[in-house]
Design a protein around this ligand. Structure first.
Ligand code: IMP
Ligand code: MG
Length: 185
C-alpha cells in the first residue's frame, strides 16, 4: 500500500461536464427504448452515483423504470484480480423485459462479460449496456458497450462513484490518481 500522503488527484472532467454527458446519454437511451418500460440494473458499488443521475433523468424524459442492482467481486487497489463472483443477485425478474445494464467503467471487460452473460441467460426481451467510462487500453476480454459516457486514458480514475481502496467515491467530479507524480495504469 503506497503512502497515502503521496497520492495526488488531477481533475479530468468537471461536475458540469458529467451532468451534460448524462443528459446526452439519456437522450440516446430514450430514443432507442421502445415500449418506454425498462429494468435498469446497476453494478455495485461503482455505478451508484451514475445510476442515481441516470435514472432521475430517464424518469424526467418519460421512461417507467424498475431499478435493481447486482454486486460482483471487486477490484483490489489498482490491480484486477481476474476472478468475478456474484455477491448479490437481482430481486427483479428480467425475463421478457427491456434491460439496461449499467456500470461505472469498462476496464478489462471481465465484470461486464460476466454480468451480461448472467442477465442474457434469463431471457430478457432486449439487453443493452451503458458504461460511464471506457478504458479500451486495458481490455483483456473483448466487450463493446452500447452507450459510453467518456473514453478515458490508461490511468486510474476516481470520483463520481469510482474508488481507490474505498476512497474518493463521493467526489462529484472525475480525477486521475497518481502516486508522487507518477501516473498509475
Ligand atoms: P473490469 O476490469 O472491466 O472487470 O472492471 C472491474 C471494475 O474495476 C469496474 O467496475 C470498476 O469498479 C473497477 N475499476 C476499473 N478501472 C478503474 C479505475 O480506473 N478506477 C476505479 N475503479 C476502476
Ligand atoms: Mg465497479
Amino acid at each position: 500500500m503506497p503512502d497515502p500522503s503521496r497520492i495526488t488527484l488531477a481533475p479530468l472532467h468537471t461536475e458540469a461536464a458529467l451532468r451534460q454527458r448524462v443528459g446526452e446519454l439519456v437522450a440516446e437511451i430514450v430514443r432507442d427504448t421502445a415500449g418506454r418500460d425498462l429494468v435498469v440494473v446497476g453494478l455495485l458499488s461503482g455505478s451508484f452515483m451514475f445510476m442515481a443521475d441516470l435514472v432521475r433523468e430517464l424518469h424526467r424524459r418519460g421512461l417507467a423504470l424498475v431499478v435493481d442492482f447486482i454486486s460482483t467481486s471487486s477490484y483490489r487497489g489498482t490491480e484486477s484480480t481476474g476472478e468475478v463472483l456474484l455477491l448479490r443477485d437481482l430481486r427483479a425478474s428480467v425475463a421478457n423485459r427491456q434491460v439496461l445494464l449499467v456500470d461505472d467503467i469498462l476496464d478489462t471487460g471481465r465484470t461486464l462479460n460476466f454480468a451480461h452473460a448472467l442477465l442474457q441467460d434469463r431471457g430478457p426481451a432486449g439487453l443493452r449496456t451503458c458504461v460511464f467510462l471506457d478504458k479500451p487500453a486495458r481490455r483483456v476480454e473483448p466487450f463493446r458497450a452500447d452507450y459510453v459516457g467518456f473514453t478515458v486514458p490508461d490511468q486510474f480514475i476516481v470520483g463520481y462513484g469510482l474508488d481507490y481502496d474505498g476512497r474518493y467515491r463521493e467526489l462529484p467530479y472525475l480525477a486521475t490518481l497518481s502516486f508522487a507524480g507518477q501516473p498509475t495504469a
